[in-house]
Design a protein around this ligand. Structure first.
Ligand code: X2X
Length: 339
């Protein structure tokens, strides 16, 4: 009797471990397609990362696992700040999402939007690749999704249709479209501008009709979205925040995969993320040159000019450091300052 039970248990374990799509009848059935939400499609670096993930997973599972990218936040009716909740609830299966868009639900993700925290890409990598990244992934896990890896939208720059921005005074009264986190409202208010929060879907029409004077986004995004054609001819390359992207999967969907398939999904995300990060970082300088050719004036603040922006936003930084969690912010500051 005992032996029979043991045999049955072994057989059951074996059946569960067999990936779906094979002959094992007892394996959990996989969906024929998994939805992946993004905001920006290829050729934006964001879409490049998502597409690469889809391709690698398909290849490595011999077509057993099919991911399909739905860009422009279409799975959340264009409201990118609802993406995380939709994934957590299982309305969407997976996402390659911006920490900015998820930060209304996860306050810790505002970390990357602390003004002027990050001096360069190396500092960014020390955060995502170190203890800070680990802690943030733990927070996401507790909130009902499994995070797999990082990609990058890029360092964000400010553009406008009126005049070059060299000092905080140049921002006075400018109507600037900002993204979903209230932290951006606070930053631009502190700088004397008039920020207005809207989705990406609404941003370009607002720029076209001149309902707003400016916006802020990475250079590759500005170039690919052709912001010069809607009058955004002044850019300040101030690298005031970076915008990392996270590959993540709804918890129940994640649990439905065999360990072997989870490994494939995770490794593919890490690899696809690297491709996306390279596209963003290498793309920035190229995009800057192309924008200049198209007539955009790009201002790079000197150290002293940058310091004036930093000084104006210190209060916002201190305020939000409390909301994000002082220990996490301290850990990040330490990692940033380590060379
Ligand atoms: O809305 C934006 O500006 C964008 C596309 O960069 C994000 O989704 C954060």
């Amino acid at each position: 009797m005992y032996d029979l039970c043991k045999v049955a248990a072994v057989a059951l374990t074996a059946a569960i471990a067999v990936p779906a799509g094979t002959t094992a009848a007892a394996a959990a059935p996989y969906k024929s397609e998994y939805t992946v939400s993004t905001v920006l499609p290829a050729p934006f670096p964001w879409g490049i990362a998502a597409d690469k993930w889809v391709e690698l997973v398909k290849q490595r599972t011999n077509g057993r696992i099919n991911l399909k990218v739905y860009s422009n936040s279409q799975l959340v009716s264009g409201d990118q700040t609802k993406e995380f909740s939709a994934m957590r609830q299982g309305i969407i299966d997976m996402a390659v999402g911006s920490t900015i868009n998820w930060s209304p639900q996860i306050k810790e993700l505002n970390l990357f939007s602390l003004p002027f925290l990050l001096p360069d890409h190396a500092a960014m990598d020390r955060l995502t690749g170190g203890e800070v990244g680990k802690q943030l992934f733990e927070v996401l896990r507790k909130k009902g999704v499994e995070p797999l890896g990082w990609a990058e939208n890029g360092f964000r720059q400010v553009t406008n249709s009126k005049h070059p921005i060299k000092t905080p005074d140049d921002l006075t009264g400018l109507k600037i479209r900002v993204v979903g986190s209230p932290l951006y409202n606070d930053i631009f208010t502190a700088l004397g501008a008039n920020p207005t929060q809207m989705s990406w879907a609404d941003a370009k029409p607002a720029l076209t009709t001149k309902a707003v004077d400016g916006q802020e986004n990475p250079i590759t995004v500005c170039k690919i979205a052709k912001i010069d054609t809607v009058g955004q001819v002044y850019m300040t390359r101030w690298n005031y925040v970076n915008d990392p992207l996270i590959f993540a999967v709804n918890k129940r969907v994640w649990a439905s995969f065999t360990p072997a398939d989870q490994k494939i999904l995770r490794e593919a995300a890490v690899e696809a993320g690297k491709a996306g990060i390279a596209a963003s970082r290498e793309g920035d300088d190229i995009a800057a040159k192309e924008l200049e050719k198209a007539g955009v004036t790009i201002t790079v603040p000197t150290a002293a000019e940058r310091a004036a922006f930093v000084a104006k936003t210190r209060g916002v930084y201190a305020d939000w450091a409390k909301k994000i969690g002082p220990d996490l912010v301290k850990l990040a500051e330490k990692a940033v300052s380590q060379k």
